[in-house]
Design a protein around this ligand. Structure first.
Ligand SMILES: CC(C)(COP(=O)(O)OP(=O)(O)OC[C@H]1O[C@@H](n2cnc3c(N)ncnc32)[C@H](O)[C@@H]1OP(=O)(O)O)[C@@H](O)C(=O)NCCC(=O)NCCS
Length: 403
């Protein structure tokens, strides 16, 4: 029988070893720094067998932008079970403890990035935000209008870390899904000693837009050569902009870089503006993936912790097989942007699981599609469309942070 408990301060080293053993990756001093800075023993839940640490998880105390507001969230991370101890229920036991603990602490929401999409649905998580990978094979003539009109400046890392957070925070005010970053997170971002990057392309460049910064770009260059000359790839790590002018200029800049014949941007929002700036939209390769998975831990608390653009009422009958007390029948009422939500005996409009409700929590339009897929039940006619109108948000959720 496994013992489950948070680690002691002296066990962080063994904890880190198990995480890397589970992922089959080599541990690097860079990772140790991250674990020491971010993983306080009290936020961990580990599994021990015969005294040995064999399973790990942690819940980072995070703040996430949700529609129109910020909300506390448990950021589930460092989840791993040693290959020798798998499929015996250790992950299930750790998730149960971790999620119940976060709920007991009053955190209405848990979020995570999944290594595999088939793991977390059973624990009540649903894919709540998408990301696009956008690739330009002929970047130099990709745009309808390639002329940069505003002021751009290449800055050093220290200046970037001073200027960029303010832009990011302002963008997050109206964009759900963004992790509100603390100083430590900013400092660990885009570091040139990131062991996950080949040395030749590990250097990051930082560009700021505007005298009063209203947009920024972080990119690196993957060198490449052929008989035709340089064939480098510019990899956009982050392009965050507050208005159409800064968005356009930063894209124009990176797509116009000399010696670069390919531009790749990975964590882009589903409403990526550059798709509408293109001269030939069919010439851009777009791949869609999932970024964060969300899991409501307290339905009324979570639904009252975000804002609403439409007025309306909806009665939701929510089932939660993993934490049954989270489920129930709830009346959501939205007026003047504010939601109130309480348990009710009224007949339901929509019957759905906690994972399905969590899919739409950050404003993603998904309830109509889930009803058509037979994944949720419309009890009253048109209830799924009404759920999309009530819970949907423009702009849609976007998360840049993989934690
Ligand atoms: C994913 C991982 C943590 C699962 O741990 P585990 O202790 O074997 O999981 P459990 O035995 O508690 O399984 C719980 C359930 O999840 C399922 N499951 C576990 N891993 C799965 C996987 N990789 N894919 C699909 N289903 C999985 C089990 O079949 C079981 O299903 P059931 O509830 O229907 O019986 C472990 O395989 C691992 O460390 N993988 C590598 C690292 C990783 O991907 N971590 C996740 C980071 S987000």
């Amino acid at each position: 029988m496994a013992e489950l408990r948070p680690i002691n301060p002296g066990e962080l080293d063994a904890f880190t070893d198990v995480v890397f053993g589970a992922f089959g990756e080599r541990r690097h001093p860079w990772h140790d720094r991250w674990f020491h800075q971010q993983v306080a023993p009290g936020i961990t839940m580990a599994a021990f067998e015969e005294g040995a640490l064999v399973g790990t998880s942690a819940a980072l105390p995070m703040t996430l932008s949700v529609p129109g507001q910020r909300c506390a969230a448990a950021g589930i991370t460092a989840v791993g079970v040693l290959p020798t101890h798998r499929r015996r229920g250790l992950l299930r036991a750790m998730m149960d403890a971790q999620l119940r603990q976060a709920r007991a602490a009053g955190t209405p929401l848990a979020i995570l990035w999944a290594s595999e999409g088939s793991i977390y649905g059973r624990f009540g998580f649903g894919p709540a935000a998408s990301r696009l990978r956008v690739t330009f094979e002929s970047p130099h003539n990709a745009l309808r209008d390639p002329t940069v009109s505003g002021a751009l400046r290449l800055v050093g890392r220290d200046e970037a870390l001073r200027l960029f957070p303010k832009v990011y925070d302002r963008v997050a005010e109206d964009r759900p899904g963004m992790v509100i970053r603390d100083q430590l997170t900013w400092e660990s971002l885009s570091a040139d000693d990131d062991p996950n990057l080949p040395a030749a392309e590990a250097h990051h460049f930082f560009v700021v837009h505007g005298e009063e910064p209203d947009g920024y770009l972080i990119y690196r260059v993957r060198p490449g050569h052929s008989v035709f000359g340089s064939q480098a790839t510019a990899v956009v790590t982050e392009l965050v902009a507050e208005n159409p002018g800064s968005t356009a200029d930063l894209w124009r800049f990176v797509l116009g870089l000399d010696l670069v014949t390919r531009v790749e941007a990975r964590q882009r929002p589903v409403d990526e503006p550059v798709l509408w700036m293109a001269r030939d939209p069919q010439a851009i390769e777009v791949l869609r993936g999932i970024s964060i998975w969300a899991r409501l831990l307290d339905v009324p608390h979570a639904l009252q912790s975000r804002r609403y653009r439409q007025e309306g009422d909806l009665v939701l009958e929510v089932s939660d097989p993993f934490i049954p007390e989270v489920g129930g029948r709830f009346h959501l009422r939205a007026r003047d942007g504010v939601g109130t939500c309480a348990a009710t005996e009224e007949p339901p409009d929509l019957r759905l699981g906690i994972a399905e409700l969590s899919c739409g929590y950050l404003g993603q339009i998904c309830f109509g599609a889930m009803a058509r897929a037979g994944r949720i039940d419309e009890v009253s006619r048109g209830a799924a469309t009404r759920a999309d109108q009530l819970l949907g948000w423009d702009p849609p959720p976007w998360c840049l942070d993989d934690f």
